[in-house]
Design a protein around this ligand. Structure first.
Ligand SMILES: [Zn+2]
Length: 325
């Protein structure tokens, strides 16, 4: 039997490098994981180790895809800036491709996840799709007419930093009132602290437990208490769902997609948010009641969407290299 061509997809996160060997059908045939080092030299050494290890086990690997949370130049050769990684204006594809002697594809992590969902997951058979990745912050990606939209300078789209409350909560990006300060895993404790300070739901067990230590509230605690039916935690989730709906309505107004895929760590708990978010989306869009509105669904590839998507982009690169020869 002829050996199937496979590629490596690496999701380079702030905490871990997660790599998978993936065939043309998107099946994961092997994986490797290492903690993400904090210097450029150590990071590239760790990547080389992961790639070498997987290539020893799968000599038929034809290309490597790297998914990075950061700004990627639109020619996809350079990481301009990545808040949780040491690369600064680093032209990495030529260097790593030469070092490893294999084609290397670089893509933004949300774009990679969107591509994974588009080729193999929730967004199959669509043409205009938005990925809305809810995690600690908000990541975003847009597919227009079947192509990833990258903007002129590789910065678009930053849904999380749309100003929704002028003068509102301070954001690490330097602005105030950004959407992700109200709608993300890291927004949940902020809203819970506000509600406790206001004396909302004094009967709530959650409120009583954390009244004297609000700084210990985490997003996970809020979700767990909401699942237990705590009224304060449910109110916090309702607030987040409202902001999610408003955020999605802005996305709908700008891009008019047929599908919005919710991805990222918080998407696991989308069942707590999605009904209210959709209701808010439906009445917040311009022309509400007189236009079709996109469906909102959870991603199907989970936290592996980025690895799978960038591995599929690597397959495309490997194929086009063969055709060029
Ligand atoms: Zn911001």
């Amino acid at each position: 039997m002829a050996t199937q061509p496979v590629t490596i997809g690496v999701d380079i996160g702030g905490t871990n490098l997660r790599a998978a060997v993936i065939d043309r059908q998107g099946t994961m045939v092997d994986t490797e994981q290492l903690p993400t080092p904090s210097s450029v030299g150590a990071l590239e050494k760790a990547l080389t180790m992961v790639v070498d290890t997987l290539r020893q086990r799968h000599p038929q690997i034809t290309a490597v895809g790297l998914a990075v949370a950061g700004f990627i130049t639109s020619d996809q050769t350079t990481v301009r800036f990545a808040p949780h990684l040491p690369w600064r204006n680093a032209e990495i594809t030529t260097r790593l491709s030469k070092l490893w002697d294999i084609p290397v594809v670089l893509e933004h992590d949300a774009n990679s996840a969107a591509w994974g969902e588009y080729i193999l997951g929730a967004a199959q058979n669509t043409r205009n799709t938005v990925l809305f990745a809810l995690g600690t912050g908000i990541g975003g990606a847009v597919i227009i007419d079947g192509k990833i939209y990258r903007g002129a300078y590789g910065v678009a789209p930053e849904f999380g930093h749309l100003t929704v409350v002028p003068g509102g909560r301070a954001c690490p990006c330097g602005k105030r009132g950004c959407l992700e300060r109200y709608c993300s895993g890291s927004a949940l404790p902020l809203t819970a602290q506000d509600y406790i300070a206001l004396g909302a739901h004094p009967e709530s067990k959650f409120s009583q437990e954390f009244a004297n230590k609000p700084e210990e509230i985490t997003g996970r605690v809020v979700v767990r208490m909401a699942r237990e039916g705590d009224p304060l935690a449910l109110a916090v989730l309702k607030d987040m769902a409202t902001w999610l709906g408003k955020g999605l309505s802005l996305v709908q107004d700008v891009f008019d997609p047929e599908l919005i895929v919710l991805s990222g760590g918080v998407a696991r708990d989308a069942d707590l948010l999605i009904d209210r978010a959709e209701a808010v989306l439906h009445h917040s869009v311009v022309g509400a009641g007189h236009r079709p509105i996109s469906r909102v669904v959870s991603g199907e590839l989970g936290s592996e969407a980025g690895m799978i998507g960038v591995a599929m982009l690597a397959h495309e690169r490997a194929n086009s290299d063969v055709e060029d020869k």
